[in-house]
Design a protein around this ligand. Structure first.
Ligand code: SF4
Length: 257
């Protein structure tokens, strides 16, 4: 079950409409969330995915996301907890350490980086550098060595040169993502980056293909590590043809039986 616990965003990335359409960050009352989780658990929910536009900034009366997860993990029938989507600047030590301390928190995190070029990150107003991002990845891995990361990439952001694109590829190779989503930059009306000059479609298409080839290869390599391994799978439903069961292992890899 998915539960929205947070809405809005104060980050103002220059390509994003969320701060304008959803307004400032707002966190739902934690007691109401816990009641909702308990009621879902009574109806059979085993996994909770906490949702928010900027979920790691959750804070309700000093109950942070880490504290909320600790409370949810005490509910016996809930076996798995995940959260999405996060900004890299909103992780404190308590939340990072939870991946080591709390077995119900699944070892897979969606951590959008968007670009591997410091210049582009600055133009996007992401307020972190590649070094910050890689440092954060290390901090997670030091706590939980098997943790896997997925990410989002915007290809061909205005101002992106071949060298910036290469920086993104270098970052992807350094991290090794188990899953990723990549898109060609497209203007969102009302956002500051609509005033920037766009890069030609021909160039961005080539860059996207190059990026996706590497990301797909990484995903395949990771999935191949699962072959002949014992996996913990939560089965969710039957496939449309009713011939198979569909589930996901702890790293979000789809499993069909
Ligand atoms: Fe906020 Fe994410 Fe949009 Fe940036 S991309 S403004 S962090 S919702």
């Amino acid at each position: 079950s998915f539960i929205t616990i947070q809405e809005g965003c104060d980050k103002f990335c220059k390509f994003c409409v969320v701060p304008y359409t959803r307004g400032p960050e707002f966190s739902r009352n934690h007691k109401k969330i816990i009641d909702e989780v308990k009621s879902l658990a009574d109806k059979g929910t085993k996994e909770i995915i906490l949702l928010g536009q900027n979920v790691s900034s959750y804070n309700d009366n000093n109950i942070s996301l880490a504290k909320l997860i600790k409370k949810i993990s005490k509910i016996d029938d809930i076996k798995r907890i995940r959260f999405t989507t996060s900004h890299p600047n909103d992780f404190d030590d308590e939340l990072i350490s939870l991946f080591e301390e709390e077995p119900k928190l699944m070892p897979q995190l969606h951590l959008p980086v968007q670009s591997g070029s410091d210049k582009i990150l600055k133009l996007m107003n992401r307020n972190h550098t590649c070094h910050d991002y890689l440092n954060l990845i290390d901090r997670f891995r030091n706590k939980r060595s098997d943790i896997q990361f997925s990410s989002d990439f915007i290809v061909g952001y205005p101002g992106e040169t071949n060298s910036d694109h290469q920086d993104t590829i270098n970052l992807i190779k350094k991290v090794g993502f188990s899953l990723s989503y990549s898109f060609i930059y497209s203007q969102r009306p009302g956002t500051p980056s609509t005033n920037f000059n766009e890069i030609s479609k021909e160039i961005t298409k080539k860059r996207l293909e190059q990026l996706q080839t590497i990301l797909f290869q990484q995903q395949l390599e990771f999935n191949n590590l699962m072959v002949n391994k014992e996996n913990n799978v939560l089965f969710e439903n039957k496939t449309q043809d009713k011939e198979q069961f569909f589930g996901r292992n702890q790293y979000m890899v789809p499993v069909f039986v």
